[in-house]
Design a binder for this molecule. Structure first.
Ligand SMILES: *Cc1c(COP(=O)(O)O)cnc(C)c1O
Length: 391
């Protein structure tokens, strides 16, 4: 009789390494103060950068869409699943990004797996930063293309790989725009220059840059003023945009191709109408005002500097993602637990997601934290940091 008994041993090993997880079940929606086991705790680990997940404008757009279209789209995009609201979202996102076209997917994850698996073939090579997101790695795994990994942001190594790879049919350089575990920004200008010199395609995944970097949150291509020089920009609608979904901003030609090839697009039901409508409202809000993004950056810069002044190691952070480097996995998880006792939720991130001695709590400061929230967080983090001898 076949059995899954070996799974118990694997889970036991995770427990021994301090890496076993129970899911945290929240009793309230995404917000700065959230209810957990009858207490209010300050949320410092959510990707809800602009507070849009609970914004009244987005809620109203979603409710109106449910009244107009119902709760489901009925099928994949190529059958009944492209409603006017999906089409409008893509057209307005393309105008927002300044590209010919946008194709939306159900998530950022399926965007990467769908696009990468469609554009890469045997005889191609994909050249990828070692810290790229799991969905990029999985997208690459779905193809027969060769793969080369360069050390994080190492442009000399990227150039060396480009130099020795001219025999491939097509070369695609892939990078996160903002790296999710360290909060540092990809050197996109250098990547674009190398790609142009060696005739390679540039693919940037702006999951943590969408709604965060660039004018109105248009992303890293806008931030570095590289319009027209990045072939493929992936964005997410799940983080700063506050809802769920992903998209690729690209040429009309590539969009037409993906409509025929991208498997998550072809074989999985489209976003619900409420999701598409709420995302569209978020795009309207980003276009009409920079207030939330300015607040986000002023909070992030203030908070990062205050942690550094207190003596914490915030790694390479230069965005609202601010890690506090703690060390080994067990200590990191204890640090995170202590912060929770003090009323702060700060997710511990440990090996193998990051190096064994680089366990960290990853803080994300948002536009909707108040000055009082940030002062509260600083006071408690400094107190626990002293207990742990981090400062
Ligand atoms: C979060 C993330 C994704 C996945 O986006 P979802 O919309 O949550 O599926 C993809 N790439 C990067 C770099 C991310 O940080």
């Amino acid at each position: 009789m076949a059995s899954f008994d070996y799974l118990a041993a694997e889970l036991e090993a995770l427990k021994e390494q301090g890496r076993y997880r129970n899911l945290t079940v929240w009793d309230s929606g995404s917000s700065t103060w959230m209810e957990l086991n009858g207490r209010k705790v300050l949320q410092m680990s959510s990707n809800n950068y602009l507070g849009l997940a609970g914004h009244p404008n987005l809620k109203k757009a979603a409710i109106d869409a449910i009244e107009q279209y119902g709760v489901g789209s009925g099928s994949v995009r190529t059958i009944t699943g492209t409603l006017a609201i999906h089409d409008q979202l893509e057209r307005e996102l393309a105008l927002f990004k300044g590209t010919e076209a946008v194709l939306a997917f159900q998530s950022g994850f399926t965007t990467n797996s769908g696009v990468l698996s469609s554009i890469l073939n045997e005889g191609d090579v994909v050249i990828s930063d070692e810290l790229n997101h799991a969905s990029i790695i999985d997208g690459i795994r779905l193809t027969k293309a060769d793969r080369r990994i360069y050390a994080h942001k190492d442009m000399a190594q990227l150039e060396a790989i480009l130099k020795e790879s001219s025999h491939y049919t097509k070369r695609v350089v892939v990078t996160d725009g903002v790296f999710s575990m360290d909060g540092d920004i990809a050197p996109l200008p250098a990547i674009v220059e190398l790609a142009e010199a060696y005739d390679a395609i540039v693919y940037v995944d702006d999951a943590h840059a969408s709604g965060v970097l660039g004018k109105h949150g248009k992303g890293s291509t806008d931030h570095f003023n590289l319009h027209g020089r990045v072939h493929i920009q992936v964005g997410t609608l799940s983080k700063a945009i506050g809802v769920v979904g992903g998209y690729v901003a690209c040429s009309q030609l590539l969009k037409d191709f993906l409509i025929h090839k991208a498997r998550p697009f072809l074989f999985s039901t489209s976003q619900t109408p409420a999701v598409a409508a709420a995302c569209l409202e978020a795009v309207h809000m980003l276009k009409s005002s920079d207030e939330l993004i300015e607040k986000l950056w002023s909070h992030a810069n203030y908070f990062r500097k205050a942690l550094q002044d207190a003596g914490f190691d915030t790694g390479a952070s230069e965005t609202p993602i601010i890690p506090i480097i703690v060390g080994d996995p067990a200590t990191t998880m204890r640090f995170s637990d202590r912060l929770l006792q003090e009323g702060i939720f700060a997710q511990g991130i440990v090996f193998p997601t990051v190096a064994l001695d680089k366990g960290r709590v990853r803080l994300i400061v948002t536009a909707s934290h108040t000055d009082e929230d940030l002062a509260f967080a600083l006071e408690r983090i400094i107190k626990v940091g002293r207990e742990f001898g981090l400062i």
